[in-house]
Write a protein of this length. Structure first.
Length: 144
């Protein structure tokens, strides 16, 4: 079997295609979650905290700021200044928590559906042969 045939067989298996679809949907879902956090949740937190509050501009500058560079995250990052951007980290953690919760709820729902479909069916009626053997066994037991 040639390598091309082996690759074709591997790539067209159901699991590989399911995985590819999952990765694509996961990437799109990640963008939705990022937008939810950055465009909806963070502005609400900023409003509650009193206005111009932005996690992105929460950082610790390691060393001196380059001359003439404004003390904002974007400007310092562009200038290559070393800093600990803990605000961005907080945003990513919030993203992760939301995404993990949504995935948990999806898995929980899928498990519930799977349990319903796996409920044991009612026991089948015994076959005619089994019924006949039981009858014979019962009659033989009476004559002893």
């Amino acid at each position: 079997m040639s390598m091309l045939q082996e690759f074709k067989e591997f790539a067209l298996k159901g699991n590989v295609m399911d995985l590819a679809v999952g990765v694509i949907i996961g990437a799109a879902f990640g963008k939705i979650t990022t937008s939810l956090v950055e465009d909806i949740i963070m502005p609400i937190i900023s409003f509650i905290m009193g206005g111009e509050f932005d996690f992105k501009n929460m950082f610790i500058l390691l060393g001196d700021a380059p001359a003439g560079v404004p003390m904002t995250y974007d400007a310092l990052k562009e200038a290559g200044a070393p800093m600990l951007a803990y605000g961005s980290f907080i945003t990513v953690v919030i993203n992760f928590i939301i995404l993990a919760f949504i995935i948990f709820m999806m898995v929980k729902g899928m498990n519930r559906l799977r349990r319903k479909s796996e409920e044991p069916a009612a026991p089948e009626e015994p076959s005619e042969e089994v019924l006949l053997l039981r009858e014979i066994s019962a009659k033989l037991g009476q004559h002893k």
